[in-house]
Write a protein that binds this ligand. Structure first.
Ligand SMILES: [Zn+2]
Length: 126
């Protein structure tokens, strides 16, 4: 009987630079980023595991539709950095751009809410 607390073997995959992944392997012998089955499901765009969770669904709804593909790209980049398929500095640049876009949207949303409030205030005060 295998001990429940036996140390998990490391992921069998190699990173793009030839170094061993070093991630913690699941039952497949690979980490979540290198697991061929999980990778196939990701490729199909199947993120139901996450999206079916109420919180994730609620939060994703709040993301403006124009930004949803950006969110998907960031999730993919996260997996790719972990798998060694994406240069961390590329991911850093992506994160900075995404953050800048997010701030612009935030400002635009606040501006819209302010305009609505001013409109209501004008109607009420004449
Ligand atoms: Zn791995």
């Amino acid at each position: 009987m295998p001990a429940a607390d036996a140390p998990r073997p490391p992921c069998q995959a190699q990173r793009r630079d030839g170094q061993p992944c070093g991630g913690v392997a699941g039952p497949s012998g690979y980490c979540f980023a290198h697991d061929p089955e999980l990778a196939a499901r990701r490729k199909e765009g199947n993120r139901q595991g996450g999206q079916n969770k109420d919180t994730t669904r609620r939060l994703t709804k709040l993301v403006p539709s124009r930004l949803k593909p950006v969110l998907e790209t960031l999730f993919t980049a996260l997996d790719e950095v972990h798998a060694g398929d994406l240069e961390p500095r590329q991911a850093t640049a992506m994160a900075a751009l995404a953050s800048a876009i997010g701030r612009l949207y935030e400002t635009a949303q606040l501006e819209e809410r302010l305009l609505k409030l001013e409109e209501v205030h004008r109607e009420q005060t004449g």
